[in-house]
Ligand binder design. Structure first.
Ligand code: HEM
Ligand code: HEM
Length: 264
């Protein structure tokens, strides 16, 4: 618990420092301390660009489980996210907050889009893993049918046959589609709505705090976490499809920019 709080505090202070550096750079931009074409400003371009090349080792390392000598996947993932922010920050300073040429502008916006997309990817990744560096959450972990629930269900069935039946229908649909290729965002959304409606009906019928109502609500909650896992898994796979071409655009525009500024 303490460790998690400390980690959250560290992450927050990292993002705040990034915002502060960008803000300070912005507020002194008119003084033109940094020039993109020479001195520190030029070097910031090179270092920021190199950082964005280095972060590409993470997807390579992830696909080569045997290359342990070059550092753990977890380390490279962490480093990827660090470089994915630090690199663009240095490039923002490198640009001097001025967009002149078409090539520089295109590369600049591609970079912001890819880094922004990375942050969205981080958010989705976290939703389907045990924390940022943990294992992938599996459907089976959320769907447990233990003895105590079976007993409770039999008892509830005698008292409230209708909601138990509705719950059973939703549950069996989720189990059938849970791992199937046919699942979709729409499917999970409609399951979510059905669970929400059922929860409302149960609260109306049994009140919020009775033991039976709590039993139902607990089960509905665990089915909801299955729908949430499904939604985030699908969104993450779409994200992967989108992120790659964005990154290719950055690569091409970044290389074009470097070539153009040196040859023309
Ligand atoms: C993806 C990484 C990079 C981005 C997004 C980027 C972006 C920019 C931007 C926005 C400018 C301001 C003027 C303009 O719009 O053209 C600029 C200028 C410049 N950049 Fe970069 N830069 C990057 C990497 C580099 C690297 C690695 C170098 C050097 C090897 C470099 C060299 C220069 C030079 C010489 C200028 C001044 C020339 C000019 O104003 O046209 N840049 N860059
Ligand atoms: C210029 C900046 C960035 C570039 C060029 C970049 C590039 C990439 C590439 C090429 C991949 C691999 C995609 C694949 O396996 O199909 C990736 C994955 C990923 N990146 Fe980035 N990224 C950047 C910034 C960031 C940032 C700022 C974050 C978050 C703070 C981030 C988080 C992620 C995540 C979560 C993944 C997926 C990891 C996985 O599926 O194992 N990226 N990125």
């Amino acid at each position: 618990m303490f460790l998690r709080h400390a980690q959250n505090a560290l992450t927050l202070s990292w993002y705040l420092s990034v915002a502060l550096v960008i803000y300070i750079g912005w507020s002194v931009r008119e003084q033109r301390y940094l020039l993109a074409e020479s001195g520190i400003g030029y070097w910031l371009g090179i270092i920021g660009g190199a950082m964005m090349l280095l972060l590409l080792y993470y997807p390579v390392r992830k696909r080569k489980p045997r290359w342990k000598y070059s550092g753990s996947i977890k380390f490279w993932f962490r480093f990827h996210m660090f470089l994915g922010i630090a690199g663009p920050v240095l490039i923002i300073l490198h640009s001097g907050y001025r967009l002149g040429s078409l090539n520089g502008t295109v590369a600049f916006f591609c970079m912001l889009i890819v880094a922004g997309s990375g942050l969205i990817g981080r958010y989705l990744y976290r939703r389907i893993h045990h924390g940022l560096y943990g294992e992938k959450i599996r459907f089976e972990e959320l769907y447990h049918k233990d003895q105590s629930w079976e007993e409770k269900l039999a008892e509830l069935k005698n008292k409230y046959p209708e909601p138990v039946e509705k719950l059973g229908v939703i549950e069996s649909q989720l189990v059938q589609h849970g791992a199937a290729a046919s699942r979709s965002l729409w499917f999970y959304q409609s399951m979510q709505w059905q669970l929400q409606t059922l929860k409302r009906q149960i609260i109306q019928q049994l009140g919020k705090n009775s033991a039976d109502s709590a039993g139902f609500q607990q089960r509905i909650q665990s089915l909801k976490s299955i729908t949430s896992l499904g939604v985030h898994e699908i969104l993450f796979s779409y994200w992967h499809i989108l992120h790659f071409p964005l990154f290719i655009m950055l690569l091409i525009s970044g290389i074009t920019h470097v070539v153009v500024v040196h040859f023309y």
